[in-house]
Write a protein that binds this ligand. Sequence first.
Ligand code: SF4
Ligand code: SF4
Length: 211
Amino acid sequence: MCVANLVMPYKFTFDLSKVPRFFFTEVARVSYSKGMHKTFLKTLQELIKKFRIQEATGLNLSDAVILIQDLIDLQAVNLMERGKFLQAKKKALFLPHCSRKYMDSRCKAVFDASIPSYTCAHCSKDCLVNEADCLAKKKGYDVYVLPGASCIPKILETHRYEGVIGVACGEEIKLSGNILGGIGVVGQAIPLIKNGCANTAFNMETLVKTL
Ligand code: SF4
Ligand code: SF4
């Protein structure tokens, strides 16, 4: 049975929406440069200080390092899988239920346990899930709004998707990646830029580029 995942996978909350985008470009540049693995942790800590990531996010240095390293790992897997993903014909988008505008009865999405997924009822124009749902469907994707990665196996048993885009926090993406990898489905991950299991956010521009 698919149940809402109310356990926060990171031991800290984060909001990267105030972090300058240049920070991520710089981290990506450094992490892909030659010999980065030997000095990377030190360099990452320096970049975190230089870009005042702790001030922008409220995270301490070690939590910021964990988070940024996870984001870099995800980006590396995305890049490795990108070619195969572009070849995939039947695709789905998995969105997290925590990015809905409302987590209570004001959200008119209906949860169907037999899928298992919410179906967005498009009640709020400024809801991230609504916007993502419309964009992805126009591109031919099937869209699922999931309470947790535990919903994924049943969906993939019923539908033979070749490619999946998953939007979630880093830990949920790792769980989903294990499920997809185990059955040979190609994935692209979009990490949340604000976690907390309610009122979370992802970057719409990143989703548009990934679709
Ligand atoms: S737009 Fe969709 S997901 Fe967002 S609050 Fe309304 S029904 Fe829920
Ligand atoms: S995807 Fe959302 S609800 Fe699920 S664990 Fe992550 S932050 Fe919480």
